[in-house]
Every structure is written in C-alpha cells, then in structure tokens.
Design a protein around this ligand. Sequence first.
Ligand SMILES: NC(=O)c1ccc[n+]([C@@H]2O[C@H](COP(=O)([O-])OP(=O)(O)OC[C@H]3O[C@@H](n4cnc5c(N)ncnc54)[C@H](O)[C@@H]3O)[C@@H](O)[C@H]2O)c1
Length: 258
Amino acid sequence: MVGRLSEKNIMITGAAQGIGYAIAQACIKEGASLLLIDTDGPLLKEAISRLPTNESKVVWVVASITDEALIVDAVSHAAKTIGPINALINNAGINVFNEPLATSDEEWQRCFDINLRGAWNCSKAVLPNMIANGGGTILNIASTHAFTIIPGTFPYPLAKHALLGMTKSLGIEYASKGIRVNALAPGYVATQKVIDYWNSFADPEAAKAKTMALHPGGRIATPEEIALAAVFMISDECPFMNATCLTIDGGLSVQQHA
Ligand SMILES: NC(=O)c1ccc[n+]([C@@H]2O[C@H](COP(=O)([O-])OP(=O)(O)OC[C@H]3O[C@@H](n4cnc5c(N)ncnc54)[C@H](O)[C@@H]3O)[C@@H](O)[C@H]2O)c1
C-alpha cells in the first residue's frame, strides 16, 4: 500500500537514525511531507540524503527538543514550506540508566528534560494549529519501560511512565477537537542505543545473547517493524484509537519467567 499519509505533514523528532529515521522512511513511502528534527546536524543531513523523495517534501531543522523557542520556529518554518503540521511523532529520547541512590541531579534533569519535557515542548508547538484546523494526531514513542521496570535503569522508566500519562491526558483533553494522542511501546529495538547498552557491559556479546534469549521469538525488533506500527497509528486507518498505548515487543512483556 502507498499514499496512506499523502495528506499528512509530519514532524518527527530524533529523525537522524534508529527508530525516528525508519519512521521517516516509512512515512515518505506513504506520501507524507516531513519536518525532521535532530541535534546531530551532519547525521541528519546524511540521513535525509538517503530518503527516497524529492527535497520539496522534507524540511529539517537542527535543534534540541529541549529548546522551546527553536521548536516553535521550526514548526512555523514548516508551516510556510510543507504546510501546517497535522501529525507529530515524539520520538527523540535518551537512555539515562543508574541505580536510584547513585543518580545525580544532572542525570535526573537531563532524563526528564529530553524524555518528557521535550515531548511536551513539541506538543505545545503543534497543538494550537491542530485545534484551529479541526484535528491532528500525536504519537509518543514510549517504551515497555513505561509500565515495567528493569533494575538499574533509573530514572528512564519514570520519564516513560510519565510520557504515557501525558499521552492519556492530552488524548482526553483534546479528543473533542478531533485530536488523537497515542503511545507506542517498543521493547528492545536494534538501534545504536541498544548497541551502546550492550557495550556498557564487560562482555557485550554475553549481554546481547542474554537480551535475545529473553525474547519468546529469540530476536529483538528492527526499527522498520516499529515504523510499520507508527504509520498505522498516525494514519486515518484507526480514527477511534485515542489515549492508548500499543506494545510492540514480540511478547517480551507478557511472558512470565519460570
Ligand atoms: N532502541 C530501543 O530498544 C528502544 C526501545 C524502546 C523505546 N525506545 C525509544 O525510541 C526512541 C528512539 O530510540 P532509538 O533507539 O531510535 O534512539 P537512537 O539513539 O538510535 O536515536 C535517537 C535520535 O534522537 C536524537 N536526539 C537525542 N536527543 C535529542 C534532543 N534533545 N533533541 C532532538 N533530537 C535528539 C539523537 O541525536 C538520535 O539521532 C527513544 O525515545 C527511545 O527511548 C527505544
């Protein structure tokens, strides 16, 4: 199927690699126009050069989602070029993993600034236009950390739990304006973030094997498999899906360990 997103002007944060980039690729295939945001300018530029599209369909801005003014500017720049943003994918996020009592104030702040406040900054920047135009959709890339806890990953799961809370709250607040707000909860996905996580162990290969063995299917997701679900959730194929969360983890969070 192609053209399912031909009416959508989609803002994707953290689009230079990983899940964000896979979503950008999938959205382009479905005919969308894109506003892509990332802090890593060279990586973003290189990633865009690989997108199968002409330049008129893609606007990009190097910015941190923590910088509210830059995000507002990016959204108004996009409105003048590709048109008003009618779909937002809050994907940018970082791992901040520690033992609770060892967590510094700086780690706490960085974790919540990027994983929660950043998504709110972007939502705030697009919601007024969505309301004025009679609708839109926001998809927050949460995580299975939004409802389960792995010891030693504090405070990342707290921010993802809160992102799920924000999903529900905004979904309820703006449903009457034709706006749907949902979350997608991936388990492990094969991106640089996960490779960095494995590399944080003394034996990265053993850590990787342990992760694979946790999964009922013996493997983790590809970014493209997450992108397929994201396209569906922001498309008009699920008009009554709102204030909820879809888990894509191959069954990981359902399996009970003996
Ligand atoms: N990879 C996984 O296993 C996994 C699992 C569950 C949820 N997630 C979530 O999916 C999202 C994407 O993860 P990924 O694995 O693709 O990550 P990634 O590290 O591969 O890519 C993230 C991108 O976000 C950008 N970024 C980071 N901070 C930013 C900021 N302040 N402003 C703008 N851009 C910023 C980075 O430069 C990078 O290009 C994150 O929210 C993550 O928490 C990932």
